[in-house]
Design a protein around this ligand. Structure first.
Ligand code: AMP
Ligand code: GLY
Length: 430
């Protein structure tokens, strides 16, 4: 079997790692493989080269393609592959709008009674300013389009909200993504990332995870793509997950089908656990990064089988996944300056034997193998170090210890991954 993975970050490395376990004899291909995706053949094509990718897959008899990032999905890679009769895991363009247009996603939730923050959409500055001035709650201002996790301002007061609205609608900071803004009521509560496999009708949720979006310890500093993650999350009890299934996941998949945008693939619900129950912060049309690096190592049953079933248009009715009893924690090592400007090309030293215990996995993201064999940094988020252990606290400790032993110039990482969960276990966090 030949499998192509589109994308070359930490999430895609985790997908490669899991799919290889599910199909040890398969031959793997990755678009512009990073420095750690050993054993996979690197294709010199970018995820956005839809036609060239489809042609390559057709010519080379690839059986199955998995799309990691949102951008090619938003551009219609799945539609393109399907038009050529190629099996692809990932939603079509119209369904990917659940992530690529926050205005669409919010409207969908409103039309179908899916719990989310109250909101309004604007493309006109004066109207948006008037709305902010009249608001009685704290606000969150979002660029509607894809902005790599950076188009969201959680405002402390009306002044900050007004500044954000002006920057997005009058400035050029977010380009096309900021031509429309969504202004939301600010919710409070803990966040939860829930991945769900869906064939367009049936939905099976994975174990919930939490990520750490801020760059600094104690959730300080600017938002990033994610500085770490852990799973499972004890506040996501079976009762809560049952509510997520019936109040959010199933109604969303049904709503997409009803609106003629059947969603098949991986639906990622970013939730906030508010006093009135779970509510949607955002939907993504793909696996999360770095939550994938924490969730997939805990999955004992096959990921490949349901993915292939979904890709070929089949059914996952009754699908249950088998999870290990333990926990996983992932620490992201980033370049100095990330999420702002950073330098690439620093040599990375990973001590030999770091992964030999079997409970540490080093997933590569922004890394590159030079012709002379040196491993160097090639991105903002460089590595994601996952550790497995019986509890989140032990997994976090192992992940941190392994991260400490990896060296490169300007390396930064958070040493408090899983702090909420660890606090709960110690009785210091509710
Ligand atoms: P998003 O890109 O929509 O996931 O937003 C990024 C982050 O901003 C989320 O993970 C939350 O921490 C925060 N956020 C977004 N929307 C809200 C909201 N309505 N209330 C409170 N925080 C929010
Ligand atoms: N970790 C957040 C995301 O993948 O969007």
């Amino acid at each position: 079997m030949k499998i192509l993975i589109v994308g070359n970050g930490g999430r895609e490395h985790a997908l490669l790692w899991k799919l290889r376990r599910d199909a040890p004899d398969a031959e793997f291909f990755v678009t512009r493989a990073n420095g750690g995706m050993t054993g996979a053949t690197s294709l010199p094509l970018a995820p956005g080269e839809l036609q060239a990718l489809a042609a390559w897959v057709e010519t080379n008899g690839v059986d199955f393609t998995v799309v990691g990032p949102e951008a090619p999905l938003a551009e219609g890679i799945a539609d393109h592959f399907q038009a050529h009769g190629l099996a692809v895991f990932g939603p079509c363009k119209a369904a990917a709008e659940i992530e690529s247009s926050k205005a669409f996603a919010k409207g969908l939730m409103q039309r179908h009674g899916i719990p989310t923050a109250a909101f309004a959409c604007f493309d006109d500055l004066a109207t948006a300013e008037a709305y902010v001035r009249a608001a009685e709650t704290k606000l969150v201002v979002k660029a509607s389009g894809l902005a790599a996790g950076k188009g969201v301002v959680v405002a402390e007061d009306a002044h900050e909200a007004l500044e954000a609205v002006r920057e997005m609608l009058a400035g050029s900071a977010f380009g096309v993504a900021g031509r429309e803004v969504v202004i939301e009521e600010r919710m409070t509560g803990e966040e939860l990332s829930v991945f769900a496999l869906t064939d367009g009708t049936h939905v099976t949720a994975m174990i919930p995870a939490q990520d750490h979006k801020r760059v600094g310890e104690g959730e300080t500093g600017p938002n990033t793509g994610g500085m770490g993650a852990y799973a499972p999350v004890s506040i996501a009890t079976p009762e809560l997950m049952a509510r997520v299934q019936t109040e959010i996941l199933e109604p969303t998949v049904a709503a997409m089908a009803e609106e003629g945008r059947s969603f098949s693939g991986l639906l990622y619900a970013g939730l906030m656990l508010t006093e009135t129950g779970p509510r949607v912060v955002e939907f993504n049309c793909r696996f999360g990064d770095p939550e994938t690096q924490a969730v997939l190592p805990l999955l004992r049953s096959s990921l490949l089988d349901p993915m292939r079933e979904i890709a070929r248009g089949g059914s996952i009715e009754g699908l249950t996944l088998d999870w290990s009893d333990g926990a996983a924690a992932t620490t992201v090592l980033a370049s100095a300056g990330y999420p702002g400007d950073y330098r690439s090309g620093a040599e990375i030293g990973i001590p030999p034997g770091l992964e030999s215990s079997g409970d540490v996995i080093v997933f590569h993201a922004g890394t590159k193998r030079e012709a002379d064999g040196r491993l160097v940094t090639a991105g903002g988020r460089v590595l994601a170090v996952t550790a497995l252990a019986p509890s989140v606290a032990e997994a976090a400790e192992r992940s941190r210890a392994a991260a400490e032993r990896i060296r490169f110039d300007g390396r930064q990482f958070r040493r408090d991954i899983g702090w909420r969960e660890i606090g709960r276990a110690e009785g210091t966090h509710a």
